[in-house]
Design a protein around this ligand. Structure first.
Ligand code: NDP
Length: 341
């Protein structure tokens, strides 16, 4: 392919995240361009199309979605819908012959994830899960330091992700409905704590124990869980202690404790303005990385994977692993005992 080639993206679901983070980030991408929109709200889609130079003929709704098969401008479909809709739209996009970038969590069940992976294989198309932190410079630097032994032997990872679910915010309304969200704070933000433990250690957990607490008198938590505290044991003997919350002030923190040094990334998984400190017995220093647009980097990674015919760094299998572990977290909490993976 010619250098500088840009692949065309169709964005499915014009919600908060698509409108505020993803669509504006095409301006900073090198290999990606916005060419199509899929929305249930025609007026909103027309406004977005006008603002970002998308042709009217490239606007679809959920019924006409399958007609993207006839549109050669669309290479990649980026699914930014409520979690329970990820599997259906991924499969339909593959049937239309497109590659798929899908938001986290990948789907609701492991079976759905397996169906998505199989559909991609059958269509001979790429599937990537939008784990943006793995394309964000501070997290990438933390991973490098951990992997290259700069912190010594990694023994412990702690990570906390929380925010206050607000029923007045439209984007939080489907998050309170189990049939659309699939799970509660764990599926939505605890997944970042889980990801951190896995990408920092570079290991897969062998055992999980967990506690869940939800104030069921609070209408927000009738269907989905509020607080999760869970622990993972890794083959090396390293441990992770992780939390997620839907009812406490915002936190997005990762701490890594090695035999030589510890690292604090706080905020760790913000959209920008990350801060990282490394501490040893003798000194404490701030580590600076150039802030990059993680959303543009993520979309370009997917476009490059397609252009160069290689697997993306965060393929469907990566999404499936997290769903399996989160399901084990629910089981461990429910049964009140550790669950082996
Ligand atoms: P929003 O509710 O803001 O957006 C979801 C959009 O999906 C809606 O605006 C709507 O778009 C469309 N939609 C289709 N069917 C439904 C339905 N039955 N109920 C509600 N919406 C529907 O949610 P978010 O943008 O916050 O989240 C969307 C996805 O992105 C989730 O999977 C979430 O986990 C993920 N996300 C990821 C983030 C990250 O940092 N990686 C951050 C935030 C979210 P339309 O009106 O155009 O049809």
């Amino acid at each position: 392919e010619a250098p500088g080639k840009r692949l065309g993206y169709a964005i499915v679901g014009l919600g908060q995240f698509a409108l505020n983070q993803i669509i504006p980030s095409f301006a900073e991408s090198k290999s990606s361009k916005l060419v199509a929109l899929v929305s249930g709200n025609r007026d909103k889609a027309l406004q977005v199309a006008e603002r970002y130079g998308v042709q009217q003929k490239n606007i679809y709704d959920y019924q006409s979605f399958d007609r993207i098969a006839d549109n050669d401008e669309i290479d990649i479909v980026y699914i930014i819908l409520p979690n329970a809709l990820h599997a259906e739209y991924t499969v339909r996009a593959f049937k239309a012959g497109k590659h798929v970038l899908c938001e986290k969590p990948m789907a609701v069940t492991a079976e759905e994830c397996e169906t998505m992976i199989r559909a991609g294989r059958e269509a001979d198309r790429k599937l990537m899960i939008a784990y943006r932190a793995q394309y964000e410079p501070y997290n990438m630097e933390a991973i490098r330091m951990a992997r290259e032994g700069e912190l010594g032997k990694i023994r412990l990872v702690t990570s906390d992700h929380g925010r206050i679910l607000d029923p007045k915010v439209p984007a939080d309304q489907w998050r309170m409905v189990k049939a659309l969200a699939g799970g509660g704070s764990l599926y939505d933000i605890g997944i970042y704590s889980l990801q951190a433990a896995r990408y920092i250690t570079g290991e897969e957990p062998v055992e999980v124990s967990a506690h869940i607490s939800s104030d069921t008198s609070d209408p927000r938590f009738r269907e989905i869980e509020e607080l999760v505290a869970f622990q993972l044991r890794f083959p090396s003997g390293a441990l992770a202690s992780l939390t997620s919350s839907y009812s406490t002030s915002p936190v997005k923190r990762i701490q890594v404790f090695g035999s030589k040094a510890s690292l604090v990334l706080d905020p760790a998984t913000e959209y920008e303005r990350h801060q990282m400190m490394v501490k040893t017995e003798k000194e404490e220093r701030r580590v600076q990385s150039p802030e990059g647009n993680q959303f543009a980097a993520e979309m370009d990674h997917m476009a490059k994977a397609v252009l160069e015919k290689r697997e993306p760094k965060t393929p469907g299998e990566e999404g499936l692993r997290d769903i399996r572990i989160m399901q084990a977290v629910y089981r461990a909490a429910q049964e009140g005992r550790p669950v082996s993976l």
